[in-house]
Write a protein that binds this ligand. Sequence first.
Ligand SMILES: [Zn+2]
Length: 270
Amino acid sequence: MSNKDVLVFEIDQAKGKPKDVKKVKKSTDYCPFCDTENLTNIIDQKGDMIWLKNKFRTLKDTDQTIVIESHEHDADISTYSVEKNREVFNYIYECWNQMIQSKKYESVLMYKNFGPMSGGSLRHPHFQIIGLDKVNGYKHIESENFTGMDVFNNKHINVNISEKPVMGFVEFNIIINNPKYLDDLAEFARVTVKYILDDFYGGKFDSYNIFFYREGNKIICKLTARYVVSPYFVGYRLSQRDGDKQVRGIADVLLERLRDNVQSKEINDL
Ligand SMILES: [Zn+2]
């Protein structure tokens, strides 16, 4: 592996970075994303969504940007209305696509942290969109990371549980075959996030990540509950998955949740 594959963390930049995820929120805690009047380096804005440069740029040779999803500090995908959530997904896609189309970067990543185990430091709902100057962030990702046991399938959208997860254990993939179906991607993701936080393994998870990928015209959204990283992965880069019977059970319950809650004509095809 050459140095080109490694992101370099610059510790000086991280000093003074606000952090409120683990602490009980006190009135004295300051959230820079609530203080919209003092936000700087705003790139674009739509309603209460704001795309800006990250003030605390910790990674060398990168362009770190953030999309603040809502003015509400405690909001989340799991609590948004169907309409609000669609607005968020459409807007982040626009921002991500703009950075990709600029051709300024070797690759552009888009992901979200939620909860104390996710790697996030601020509760206020936001996505990260990061342009990497030199690194291909998708180098270790293969098509097979996006296929597995089907939960839902029709001609525009596929929901499955990874048979070969990037890390494991349970990774949900939501795939649309064209960006014009983003509204459906948003809606299937909204219900899946709710499932991850409320039902998955009896609701024991309080943290999740969402990652975005593109493959030709396809947009892939990978959602995963977060937990302490397994030593198999830390030491050997060995990913793990649940057994088939367990995955079938999860797929069946998720399909039920999608049927009951997704507001999209796609689900009527069932
Ligand atoms: Zn806030």
